[in-house]
Design a protein around this ligand. Structure first.
Ligand code: SF4
Ligand code: SF4
Length: 213
């Protein structure tokens, strides 16, 4: 009885396998004629890392903050920078060692400036390892056709600098900066209404009275 069950089970499984084979035998073959044809990679693929450029100016978005280099778990990113006259970091060099990059995407997550991105590009095999060290220009070139949605708002343009004050306005400014006429004097009783021989009280006395009050 057990033997019969095994025989029927084997025939059933054989029929299922043959059904799959026959179905594929008559269906259209899915063969990609690489390199004439290429797969379209999903939007969030993690392939070659590139540097992104400003869509308007064409300059790299990188601010040389080195957050990506600090986030990289394998130390594949090297950033060279210096302080500019405006005290901001200026990017001198940027290198990614593709021989050790593990395409984790941490550099892209760490970057706050839409400057670095993993792409769906995957064809970068080479005969020597040295050519897999991509420099700033190569990384920028690879990123030129990469579309991205800028997440960072650009700072509003600064208002135009005020024109230098001319002599007249400088004089007016000097008047404005001159010590103001003490208002207390206006509040003092007029000389005509003051009894003869009485002098106007000084500011000091005024304040003493106020204190006494
Ligand atoms: S790519 Fe981004 S995180 Fe890396 S240095 Fe440039 S701005 Fe900073
Ligand atoms: S993808 Fe990962 S390993 Fe590659 S450079 Fe970025 S952080 Fe480093």
């Amino acid at each position: 009885m057990t033997t019969r069950i095994h025989i029927f089970s084997g025939i059933k499984n054989l029929a299922i396998g043959l059904t799959v084979t026959i179905r594929h035998l008559f269906s259209k073959a899915i063969t990609l004629q690489y390199p004439d044809e290429r797969w379209e990679m999903p939007e969030r693929s993690r392939g070659v890392v590139v540097l992104l450029s400003d869509k308007e100016t064409g300059e790299l978005n990188c601010t040389a903050c080195i957050l990506c280099a600090k986030a990289c778990p394998v130390g594949a990113i090297q950033v060279e920078r210096h302080r500019g006259e405006d005290k901001r970091w200026k990017l001198d060099g940027f290198r990614i060692d593709n021989t050790i990059c593990c395409y984790c995407g941490l550099c892209e997550e760490a970057c706050n400036f839409d400057a670095i991105k993993l792409t769906g590009k995957y064809e970068f095999s080479a005969y020597d390892k040295a050519s897999l060290m991509y420099d700033k220009h190569r990384l920028q070139e690879l990123g030129l056709d990469v579309d991205y949605e800028p997440k960072r708002k650009k700072p509003a343009p600064k208002p135009a600098a005020a024109p230098p004050p001319d002599a007249a306005s400088a004089g007016a400014k000097a008047d404005a900066s001159a010590p103001a006429k003490p208002e207390a004097a206006e509040d003092l009783p007029a000389a005509e209404s003051r009894p003869a021989g009485e002098t106007a009280p000084s500011n000091t006395e005024n304040s003493d009275e106020e204190k006494g009050a």
